[in-house]
Write a protein of this length. Structure first.
Length: 179
C-alpha cells in the first residue's frame, strides 16, 4: 500500500494525496450511517437541515458519523444508526435492519456509508438533534412521498439520494407496510 500525504487538515475534513490522486476524508470518523425510519402506520420519518457545503436546506434520512465522539468509539454500526435516529428524530427503533454498505463518493473519498432501516418505532422525544444542529422532523405517508418530495424541491430544498436508495432497498427486503 502506498503512502498517504496530508495536504491540509481541519477539524472536520482533510485533503490527502496517494499515488498522485487527491481525496478528502474525515480525520475524526471511520464512516457514516444512514437510517430509514418506517412507522407502523406507513409513514417515513425524514429530516431537514441546512447544509453549509451546498448552501441549502436538505431533506434527508437521519444520519451520522461513526466514531466521531470518544464516548461512542467501538460502537457497532447498527447501534450508531439507532443512536443517531433517536437523537435526530426522537424515535427509538425496535428493529434495525442492515440494507447496504458502499462508498459515499468513490472518486472523492474513501468514506463508506452504511444504510439501515428502522421499524417498530417508539417516539420518546421531539428529536431535533444536538444543540449544534437545527433539524426539522417530517412525517410523510408513503403514499404521498413522491408528491411531497417534488414539493420540497419546488420550495427550494435539495433531496439527498440516500432517501431513494434506502427506500428501494427497504422495499426489496419487504420492510415497507402494504399500501
Amino acid at each position: 500500500m502506498s503512502t498517504i500525504e496530508t495536504l491540509a487538515e481541519g477539524k472536520y475534513l482533510g485533503l490527502y494525496s496517494r499515488d498522485d490522486w487527491e481525496f478528502a476524508d474525515r480525520p475524526n470518523a471511520t464512516g457514516v450511517v444512514g437510517i430509514l425510519p418506517i412507522t407502523d402506520d406507513g409513514q417515513l420519518v425524514l429530516i431537514e437541515q441546512y447544509r453549509f457545503p451546498v448552501q441549502s436546506r436538505v431533506i434527508e434520512i437521519p444520519a451520522g458519523l461513526v466514531g466521531d465522539e470518544e464516548e461512542f468509539k467501538g460502537e457497532s454500526l447498527a447501534d450508531c444508526a439507532a443512536r443517531e435516529l433517536l437523537e435526530e428524530t426522537g424515535y427509538r427503533a425496535g428493529v434495525v435492519t442492515p440494507l447496504l454498505s458502499g462508498p459515499t463518493s468513490p472518486g472523492m473519498t474513501p468514506e463508506i456509508t452504511h444504510l439501515f432501516a428502522a421499524t417498530e418505532l417508539t417516539r420518546e422525544t421531539e428529536g431535533g438533534g444536538t444543540e449544534s444542529e437545527d433539524i426539522t422532523v417530517h412525517h410523510v405517508p408513503l403514499d404521498q412521498l413522491s408528491d411531497w418530495l417534488i414539493q420540497q424541491q419546488v420550495d427550494g430544498r435539495l433531496l439527498d439520494n440516500k432517501i431513494h436508495a434506502s427506500l428501494w432497498l427497504a422495499q426489496t427486503q419487504g420492510l415497507l407496510p402494504p399500501s
